[in-house]
Design a protein around this ligand. Sequence first.
Ligand code: WTA
Length: 649
Amino acid sequence: MNVNKTIEILLQESHRFPPNRSFQERAYVKDNSLFELANDFETFWNEQSKFLDWIEPFHTICDRSNPPFYSWFVGGKLNASFNCLDRHIFSGHGNKAAIIWEGEPGDRRTLTYRELWRSVNKFANALKKLGVSKGDRVAIYLPLIPEAVISMLACARIGAIHSVVFGGFSPESLRDRINDAQAKVLITADGGWRRGEVLPLKHDADVAISQCPSIKHVVIVKRGDFLLRVKEGRDHWYHRLMQEAPAHCDPEAMFSNDPLFTLYTSGSTGKPKGILHHTGGYLVWVNRTTQWVFDIRPEDVFWCTADVGWITGHSYLVYGPLSLGATIVMYEGAPDYPEKDRFWEIIERHGVTIFYTAPTAIRAFMKWGNEHPEKHDLSTLRLLGTVGEPINPAAWLWYHQTIGRGKCPIVDTWWQTETGGILISPLPGLTTTVPGSATKPLPGIDAAVLDEQGNEVPINQGGYLAIRKPWPGMLAGIWGDEERYKQVYWSKWENVYFPGDGARIDEDGNFWLLGRVDDVMNVAGHRISTMEVESALVSHPDVSEAAVVGIEHDIKGEAIAAFVTLKGGKLGDVEMVSKLKEHVANTIGAIAKPEKILFSVDLPKTRSGKIMRRLLRDIALGRVLGDTTTLADPSVVEFLKKKYEEQES
Ligand code: WTA
């Protein structure tokens, strides 16, 4: 039967997929014993910590004396790069492929564990020579090339705190992140490839650091033959530093609660937050979840398509799989370059067995058509995963049928930058999956759906997702802002973590994620706050006011609609629309470009002057307007609704 027909039938049947027998027999988790063990908090986490190599043992599993500041494996010492590299070499796996990499233009490299280890050692020494020491911050602004992983692990080796900034972010976004972290060194490249074009990373970095007094040195990886300016004394070529660097660098013994990295993410204000992760807890959690959820075995080839600029890249491209000694695939470019079958070609070429990507990508693949995956042999795949946003059942079923040939379990993994690793997900050898649901919390995770007062809501009723017990991968704080940490995550209920997502639990105990409940949008799986986009818009000289809402989008899940008033009461034209879109892309990054911009002489406000986003959302979604009685001037919203409908028709 035609795949699309099968999907239609499955959709009508609200299907359940029990784990398949052959997968289950060999699975790492195949029964409830981990869940049972997890009833004993101390014993459970103590057992899980043993999957890492510790330099010194810890004395306390979790210090809960000063909530919401929890410390994991207190007193213990370890090194993350040692756990990701040296120990695999000592156990005889030095010649195993660690990274199988493809650049967008078609160049390829494979690095064994030994080769990766050697580069990390040298680069760690190079960073030391540039004056980087334990506790210093290092910003990384690179394309998805092996040097990104080398840089992260080199920082970890010497105890420097890395702060990776996604290469698609604008110079301004890079500048703000560097300044917030007070980074001493920036690692960038002359350029990177995206859809056949060169991202001018060094050029953008130069713009950013002209306003970053903390940066003392810049390291440039040579990716191509791209033009750039080199500032003597400050800028250094990566390959030259590597030539001169000594071969061995002892891993620094880090306390479990020494910082490993910060990663900036959007919150409900305009200012991104530097989410801070400590070494021991984070590494235990990504190590265990990679094994439980992805069921990694020594012969697997694991491809997580995320960029290292996001938490998914940190946890399931770098630290999780490498700490397990797995082989990872890394691809620099776009999924439709040079053709729309690039991902399937990569899977076939390298024999990928586990594939982890975002629902936005899956929806795009669906739209591009089945002929692209059908051209390739995808029979090596045995497990599929999704992350970053809710997946609609139709996309889930397409993924299952077309990519997984009806044979691969799908793990829909719910988690956040703040949670460090996956918290809610099927376990592929154990869980009966339901398209659209992330199913159940992992062992040790006490998740619930609560109301405003902190009471559990009844079955199938929507409420707020809550995590009631600390877990090792949890964020340690927000860089430089204790108050914001307490207020954002811990002030809704007492000693309960509030992730900012809505959810419901069905009669089988499965969790259904209902999207963000704050002013954060999720555009193609990327978190962007409405205020960030609004402040980018009002920074344009012609704009007087702006309000931004998230609207539904077929592929991206959510897209951005902006309502803008211009100075002097003018209404903008098509040219102004593209100017403002570009302006937002230049200010934040292309991911934040609004899909729609509508001009108006005023915005709907309450009498006290507060913009009523609820009504703007009604307009943008073409819904019947909600209550307008509190508006200062009801004619504004009528005008906007009419204009919006005109534009749509
Ligand atoms: C959303 C990405 C539904 C959620 C790892 C969360 C999801 C935010 C899922 C975190 C999922 C992530 N189903 N929603 N499987 N995974 N989200 O920090 O709203 O970039 O709060 O971390 O993405 O995004 P972040």
